[in-house]
Design a protein around this ligand. Structure first.
Ligand code: SF4
Length: 230
């Protein structure tokens, strides 16, 4: 119920003028291959299990991905990698995520973007990140009680998560533990202990170059799954 209310409230947020303009411009301009499709063009709420054991946190929706389909990581190349891996490890009902009505569901897993509107060049400014942080923290507050593990896709998502957990009163070590692929830190929070896992972002930059392989992604997600049953 509270998640639904949060979703409704965030869906009309217009706090960041640059991002509002961008998300709407992309929706009007449309990439040629999607010219016949409606675009969402608004903030993207978290999606998945409302009482997740596993949280997967990313940076921000993609202009022609989540910003088009209205569902996080849905309809873009990063999502193709992510959902294929989630399916291989048994956390997603299908290996693909094409559009919001495709019947896909996640098992015990929820995905959240730290910044909810698509930014130009996939890079929100520090001010935009901070403006969106209260939405992010509220969703964490509502989902941390059930969460056992949190997978951070990329360093930005990792930094934003640790910042949010600190504000929420979690005992984040100082200096902050470093981001890396497959790093793992147990962090006590007022809602219970969570294990934070680092994972390289499944962006084309990482997957084309082999910096992130399917096996590497599978192994972090499988680890998150095994922690979630403990
Ligand atoms: Fe609102 Fe966040 Fe979108 Fe900024 S990025 S307009 S704070 S939902």
């Amino acid at each position: 119920e509270e998640l639904a209310e949060l979703e409704a409230r965030v869906s009309v947020c217009r706090a960041c003028s640059r991002l509002v303009e961008w998300r709407e411009d992309v929706a009007v301009g449309k990439r040629k291959s999607f010219a016949d499709q409606p675009y969402w063009g608004r903030p993207i709420p978290g999606w998945g299990d409302p009482e997740p054991r596993i949280l997967i946190v990313g940076l921000a929706p993609a202009a022609n991905g989540g910003n088009r389909t209205g569902r996080v990581f849905t309809g873009d190349r990063s999502g193709d990698w992510l959902f294929a891996s989630l399916h291989r490890v048994g956390l997603a009902s299908q290996p693909t995520s094409e559009h919001a009505g495709d019947g896909l569901h996640l098992t015990g897993t929820r995905m959240i973007a730290a910044v909810r509107c698509a930014p130009p060049a996939n890079k929100p400014t520090p001010e935009e990140r901070d403006t969106c942080a209260p939405w992010y923290r509220r969703e964490l507050e509502l989902t941390l009680p059930s969460a056992r593990s949190i997978v951070c896709l990329g360093k930005f998502a990792y930094d934003a998560l640790l910042a949010a957990l600190t504000v929420l009163g979690a005992d984040v070590p100082r200096p902050r533990p470093k981001f890396g692929h497959a790093v793992e830190y147990r962090i006590p929070t007022p809602y219970g202990e969570v294990t934070v896992l680092g994972c390289f972002h499944p962006s084309q930059q990482n997957t084309f170059t082999g910096r992130l392989t399917a096996e590497m992604l599978d192994s972090v997600l499988a680890r998150a799954k095994s922690l979630s049953t403990g």
